[in-house]
Design a protein around this ligand. Structure first.
Ligand SMILES: [Zn+2]
Length: 253
């Protein structure tokens, strides 16, 4: 008999407390190994949370982040079921916003969220729309690429807004950040597994994207842990942005 999933904690792919603790241990080791004042201070904070259970609520802490993601996902999945509407998972990729690693500390997530809200509002969307802004580092071109994963209710108004948003993006004539790749700034997916897709929208962690070419010539990408220095810098910037920093919300009451 399939297990009924009624909270994110019951979903088999969600990390356990033990795994979150192990991930914090790995982060602490890397922060110490790379060193520098900011990294060491963050390592000490994560250590206090991991071993002395002095809650840090840092966006760079896997244990606190895990709890926070449950707080974000659980009520929203219930709300989605109760409202009786189907939803899209919308991915918006900001190719024009790509930047080099040196600019990571200057990345203004608040501005990125404001811009996205304006785009949604101009296209005519109504909420509640929620999700997060994420940064992935593309090793091939050495650029950070901001993108958003959002949950959008499917209503007549939003079906029209979807068309308007697609038109807006067509007019922008965007280029991919890598050679010979077609830009795909918008992707609307239907939702068939609430916990999987809603928690995907609230991963609140950054990865490195590696491009791989199979023997048959097919291209695909893999997400993996960032290289040490980039990883530490990304943890520090998430820590500084605060735990709500990368969380996005539009027209949510
Ligand atoms: Zn913590």
């Amino acid at each position: 008999m399939a297990m009924e999933v009624s909270t994110l904690e019951d979903w088999p792919l969600f990390e356990t407390v033990k795994q979150a603790k192990e991930e914090n241990e790995a982060r602490i080791d890397i922060l110490w190994a790379v060193g520098g004042e900011e990294n060491v201070n963050l390592a000490l904070e994560l250590e206090a949370c991991t071993y002395d259970e002095k809650k840090c609520n840092s966006a760079a802490c896997k244990i606190c982040n895990r709890e926070y993601r449950m707080q974000l996902v659980n009520p929203r999945v219930s709300m989605m079921a109760e409202c009786g509407l189907d939803h899209w998972m919308l991915t918006v990729i900001d190719y024009k916003g790509a930047f080099s690693h040196e600019q990571l500390t200057a990345f203004d997530v608040r501005k990125a969220k404001d811009r996205l809200r304006k785009q949604l509002s101009r296209a005519g969307f109504h909420g509640p729309i929620f999700g997060s802004i994420e940064l992935d580092y593309h090793d091939e071109c050495k650029l950070w690429l901001p993108h958003a994963h959002l949950i959008v209710p499917i209503t007549e108004q939003n079906v029209n807004a979807k068309k308007a948003l697609i038109q807006q993006y067509k007019r922008m004539n965007l280029c991919h950040i890598k050679n010979n790749r077609k830009a795909k700034p918008l992707q609307f997916d239907s939702i068939n597994h609430d916990y999987h897709q809603v928690s995907y929208c609230f991963k609140l962690s950054f990865f490195e994207v590696v491009d791989i070419k199979s023997k048959k010539g097919n291209r695909y990408t893999r997400k993996q842990r960032l290289k040490r220095r980039n990883f530490c810098d990304s943890l520090v910037s998430q820590h500084l942005a605060g735990r709500r920093g990368y969380v996005f919300s539009f027209d949510e009451r």
